[in-house]
Ligand binder design. Structure first.
Ligand SMILES: [Fe+2]
Ligand SMILES: [Fe+2]
Length: 296
């Protein structure tokens, strides 16, 4: 799912007379120009995201993480934290990868990369909490959709990267949008488009391409607010559900006046949910809080 595509880096949008890009992409998506000024996605985390399960070996993954000393230090710190609770000290990256597993190290690296990109400001924290909640929920629900838990986690983490990009590039513009209350997602998305000339989904899909991250994330970013459709891939369906469950469980990045509860969302007419046992809302909150505590 996460193979890296062969393609060239997209051209940054041209500067136009307004603050926004009005050219030169072929698609109708117009990307706000300041997104081009975001720092690059941390290369080590990008490389780990792009390697398939078959590519991963302990030495290779340890050497990719070790190529970024700051990332390496944080991975080692977390490997020794209460998040995992190992009694003996883990002293080396190779040891950490061997003990925690390659997929766990990739998840840690992606989470740390996103944390490093998120910037500051009053609306960043709710967005970060929503992204991590969506990741944890997608990880838990992945088996119901036939998805690998790690893929669910990572896609959940990345699905709102466009909003983090907006917050970093246009804090006052998107801040004004996020400060208001909305009756539903459609109303919020309309306000966002009016203010930003693009949705955070479109911005996220563009960033995934700009950073040359695995193309599977682009569709997740672009379409996660669309209604459920039978033609959706299992991973996209999973993230649509996880994003809605994160909102319902109290991890919304947007202020909704009312909204469906956690159990209401689980009533969605999805074949994968029929007759299944679900983690309850409190169990999800407990898990999300413990992950948040480890990364905050
Ligand atoms: Fe979103
Ligand atoms: Fe979301």
């Amino acid at each position: 799912v996460f193979e890296k595509g062969k393609r060239s880096k997209p051209e940054p949008p041209a500067i136009s007379r307004s603050a926004w890009d009005t050219g030169p992409r072929e698609e109708t998506v117009l990307v706000p120009i300041k997104l081009c000024n975001l720092p690059p996605f941390p290369p080590a985390a990008g490389r780990l995201l792009a390697c398939s399960e078959a590519d991963g070996d302990v030495t290779g993954v340890a050497s990719v993480v070790g190529g970024d000393p700051a990332l390496a230090a944080e991975v080692l710190f977390l490997a020794n934290s209460s998040l995992f609770g190992f009694p003996a000290r883990i002293q080396s990256l190779r040891h950490a990868v061997a003990v925690l597993g390659i997929s766990c190290i990739r998840q840690l690296a992606t989470t740390l990369a996103l944390r490093a990109l998120r910037g500051a400001g009053p609306f960043v924290r709710p967005c970060w909490r929503h992204s991590l909640a969506c990741a944890v929920i997608a990880e838990k629900f992945a088996p119901l959709f036939g998805c690998v838990a790690e893929h669910g986690y990572t896609a959940g983490l990345m699905h709102d990267i466009g909003r983090l990009g907006f917050l970093r590039s246009y804090p006052s513009e998107i801040g004004a949008v996020l400060a208001a209350g909305y009756s539903d997602g459609d109303e919020f998305l309309a306000a966002e488009r009016t203010a930003m000339n693009a949705s955070h989904g479109e911005a996220g899909a563009w960033l995934i391409e700009y950073w040359t991250l695995p193309p599977a994330f682009s569709e997740i970013c672009a379409r996660h607010h669309d209604p459920f459709q039978e033609s959706d891939s299992p991973l996209l369906t999973l993230i649509k559900l996880a994003c809605r469950l994160a909102d319902a469980a109290g991890y919304a990045a947007v202020r909704y006046r009312t909204g469906p509860g956690y159990d209401d969302v689980l009533q969605s007419d999805l074949p994968s949910l029929a007759g299944q046992f679900f983690p309850d809302e409190q169990a999800i909150r407990d898990e999300v809080e413990s992950r948040l505590a480890a990364f905050e």
